[in-house]
Design a protein around this ligand. Structure first.
Ligand code: ARG
Length: 603
C-alpha cells in the first residue's frame, strides 16, 4: 500500500499520462527524484528514457521510419525530434488531467520534466501534519511483513566496544523506522556467549579467579581474567589446550562448567540491559545468543552435508568450498571437532526463517565482518535458500574516539558509562552558558549529551570511517543532534509565549493569499519527510534523515530570521505562520524520535 506523499502524487500523474499515451511498458525504468530546490519539488527523466526506447523501437519495427534521429514518427506521439519534444507531449497530456489543475506546475528543462507543487497543495500538507501529529511520516508500506533486525551483539564477559555502540544506535533507528512503515520489525541481539573463548575463561577462572572480586565488578574482572590468560597462552601454547578441554566439557554439559558459564552470562546480561537503558534504545524482542543454536547445529550440519556442500580438509576440518566465488573456505567444524561462529550463523538463519518466516533479515554489524556475511549468504544460496535477496549485512565503518577520557584500552574499548557521563557534563556546561535560567538543567543535559553521541553516529553515511570529536558532536550549530533539539525547543518557546497571551491558533483558519518564498521553502521541505523515512526502510541509511532534518531546521531558521511571527499584525498571516512553525516542530520531533533521540520542550 502506498502512502499519499508528494512523490506518489507526481508518479500517479505521470503514470496516467503515460497510460493515455500508450507508453506504460516503459514505466519501470522511470525515476522521480528530488532536484535542487530552484528546479522544483520533483523531477523526472521520463522523456529521456522514453525517447531512447522509442528510438530503438521505431528503428527495429518500422522499416525505413527513421534516419539518424530525424523525422521519424511515433504512432501516438507523432514526429519526435528530440527528448524535449517527448517531455512537452507528456506535460501536455498531464495538463488534460482535471485532477492536477492548480496543484502542480510543470516545466521542461533539457529533456527533464520538473514539477513544482502549488501553494495550496503544500498548505494542505501542513494541515495534514497538524492533524496527524506524531503519526505524520508513518505509512503501511511494509504491509505487516516481518523484518528481523539484529544489532547490539555484545559479547559475554567483555565490555562493549565502539562497534557495539554504533550497532546499537543504527539498529535501534532502523527498528523504529521499519515499525513506522508498517513492517512487523523484530529485534534480536545474537549475543556472543559460545565458543572456545569461554573454555579459556573457565580455565582462567579456575586457576586464578576470585569470586568475591568478580562479583563486585563482573564484566571488567572477567575481561581482565581473559586478557591475563590470553597473555599466558601467548607465552605457552599448551595452555590453549586446557582452555579447549574446558570448552569441550562445557559443550558436553559438565555441571560445574555449565554453572560457571551461566553465571558469566547472567551478570553480562544484566550489564547489557543497563547499557540499553543508558542508551535509551527500545527493549529487545529476543536475546537469542550463539549458545541458543548449540542444539540446532548438528541438524544444520547434516542438512548442508545432505546438500553436498560440505568437504573434509587435510586436518579433518569440515568446510564449504567457496573458492570459485572468490570467498575462500567457510569452516563449519574445526579439526578438533569444535563448532564455529559460522555454523552458528547458519543455524541462526535457518531458525529465523522457520520461526519468523521473515521477509527480510538484517544484520547491523561492522564492516570487518563483511567477508563472513558474504560466505554466509553464498552458502545459504547454494543450499537453496532465498539469500542474498532476503538478507542484508547492514555494515558500518569504524568510529575512532579521541584518546584519553573516553577510551580505556587502545582506544577501542570504551566504558559506555564514562562516555555518557562526559557527554552529559560537557552538555551541562554549554547549557549553563546559553540558558542559565533553565530548570532541570541536569536532566536536559543528559538528553543533549546522548543526542550528540547518537546523532554524530547516525548523521554520517554508515559505510564511512568516522572520527568522533566532542566539539563537532556537541555543537549547537551545524548538522548535530543538539542543534535540532535546540531548534525544536526554540519553536516551542515561541509557541509558549503566544499561548501565554491567550492567543489560540485553532480558532482561525488562515487562507493566506500569497506566501513568501521563505515560508514556501519550509513548506516544501515539510512535504518531503514521509518520502525520506520510506526510503530508509528500504536502503537503511539513517544519515539521509539527519541531512533532511538539518535542512528543514535551516530553512526554518532563515524564515524565522527574516519574517515576523509574533510581531505580525495581519491576523491571517500570523495564524498561518504559527501553524507553519508548529508543523516544523512536529516534524523535527517525529524525525528525532525515529533516530532514537528525545526532543525536550525547553533547553
Ligand atoms: N558478537 C559478534 C562481535 O562482537 C558480532 C555478531 C554479529 N552477528 C552475527 N549474526 N554474526 O563481533
Amino acid at each position: 500500500m502506498q502512502s499519499e506523499t508528494g512523490k506518489n502524487y507526481i508518479s500517479h500523474l505521470l503514470a496516467s499520462a503515460l497510460a493515455s499515451l500508450k507508453l506504460t511498458p516503459y514505466l519501470d525504468s522511470l525515476d522521480i527524484t528530488v532536484p535542487e530546490l530552484r528546479f522544483g519539488d520533483y523531477s523526472t527523466n521520463a522523456a529521456l528514457v522514453l525517447y531512447r526506447n522509442l528510438a530503438k523501437a521505431i528503428d527495429s519495427h518500422v522499416p525505413g521510419g527513421k534516419k539518424d534521429g530525424v523525422n521519424w514518427a511515433h504512432p501516438v506521439l507523432g514526429i519526435l525530434e528530440n527528448p524535449r519534444v517527448v517531455a512537452l507531449k507528456i506535460i501536455e497530456e498531464i495538463k488534460k488531467n482535471a485532477e492536477q489543475v492548480g496543484r502542480v506546475e510543470m516545466e521542461e528543462k533539457a529533456g527533464f520534466i520538473n514539477f513544482t507543487l502549488s501553494q495550496e497543495f503544500l498548505a494542505e500538507n501542513m494541515d495534514k501534519i497538524l492533524e496527524q501529529g506524531d503519526l505524520y511520516g508513518c505509512s503501511m508500506l511494509g504491509g505487516g511483513k516481518t523484518v528481523v533486525v539484529e544489532y547490539f551483539q555484545n559479547n559475554v564477559a567483555k565490555p562493549p566496544h565502539v562497534g557495539h555502540l554504533r550497532s546499537a544506535v543504527i539498529g535501534d533507528c532502523l527498528l523504529r523506522v521499519l515499525k513506522s512503515q508498517g513492517y512487523k520489525a523484530i529485534s534480536d541481539t545474537h549475543i556472543g556467549d559460545w565458543g572456545v573463548q569461554f573454555g579459556i575463561l573457565l580455565y582462567a577462572y579456575k586457576t586464578m579467579g576470585d569470586k568475591a572480586v568478580i562479583e563486585k565488578n563482573p564484566i571488567d574482572e572477567l575481561n581482565k581474567l581473559y586478557v591475563a590468560m590470553s597473555a599466558k597462552i601467548e607465552a605457552d601454547e599448551t595452555l590453549r589446550e586446557k582452555g579447549k578441554e574446558e570448552f569441550i566439557k562445557l559443550e558436553k554439559g559438565d555441571t560445574q562448567n555449565r554453572e560457571l558459564w551461566q553465571w558469566f552470562v547472567n551478570v553480562s546480561l544484566q550489564d547489557f540491559e543497563r547499557y540499553r537503558q543508558l542508551l535509551d534504545i527500545l527493549p529487545f524482542d529476543h536475546n537469542l545468543g550463539e549458545s541458543f543454536y548449540e542444539e540446532h547445529m548438528p541438524a544444520v550440519l547434516q542438512e548442508l552435508k545432505a546438500k553436498g556442500l560440505v568437504q573434509k580438509g587435510e586436518t579433518g576440518e569440515q568446510y564449504v568450498d567457496l573458492e570459485k566465488y572468490g570467498l575462500g573456505r567457510c569452516i563449519l567444524v574445526k579439526s578438533d571437532g569444535g563448532t564455529t561462529y559460522h555454523l552458528r550463523d547458519f543455524a541462526c538463519y535457518i531458525y529465523r526463517r522457520k520461526e519468523f518466516n521473515f521477509y527480510k533479515n538484517i544484520y547491523v554489524v561492522d564492516n570487518r565482518q563483511s567477508h563472513h556475511f558474504k560466505q554466509l549468504f553464498k552458502t545459504l544460496e547454494l543450499a537453496g535458500y532465498p539469500t542474498p535477496a532476503d538478507s542484508e549485512h547492514v555494515e558500518f565503518g569504524f568510529m575512532s574516539l579521541p584518546e584519553g577520557a573516553i577510551s580505556t584500552r587502545k582506544g577501542t574499548i570504551i566504558s559506555l558509562q564514562n562516555l555518557l557521563d562526559e557527554a552529559q557534563s560537557r552538555a551541562l556546561k554549554i547549557i549553563q552558558e546559553k540558558n542559565p535560567e533553565l530548570q532541570n538543567k541536569e536532566a536536559i543535559a543528559k538528553l543533549v549529551g546522548l543526542s550528540a553521541i547518537k546523532y554524530f553516529d547516525l548523521s554520517h553515511n554508515r559505510k564511512t570511517e568516522i572520527v568522533f570529536t566532542w566539539d563537532k558532536a556537541l555543537s549547537f550549530e551545524g548538522n548535530t543532534g543538539p542543534y535540532l533539539q535546540y531548534t525544536h525547543a526554540r519553536i516551542n518557546g515561541i509557541l509558549r509565549r503566544v499561548q501565554s497571551t491567550g492567543y489560540r491558533t485553532e480558532t482561525l483558519n488562515p487562507q493566506p493569499s500569497t506566501l513568501n518564498p521563505l515560508e514556501l521553502s519550509v513548506l516544501r521541505k515539510l512535504i518531503k519527510f514521509p518520502e525520506i523515512v520510506e526510503q530508509i526502510a528500504v536502503d537503511f541509511y539513517p544519515n539521509n534523515l539527519c541531512t533532511y532534518l538539518f535542512e528543514l531546521s535551516q530553512s526554518f531558521n532563515s524564515f524565522y530570521q527574516e519574517i515576523p511571527v509574533l510581531q505580525e499584525t495581519d491576523t491571517a498571516k500570523k495564524a498561518f505562520r504559527l501553524q507553519l512553525i508548529t508543523a516544523t516542530a512536529q516534524v523535527i520531533r517525529n524525525g528525532l524520535y525515529l533516530l532514537g533521540i528525545e526532543a525536550p520542550e525547553e533547553m
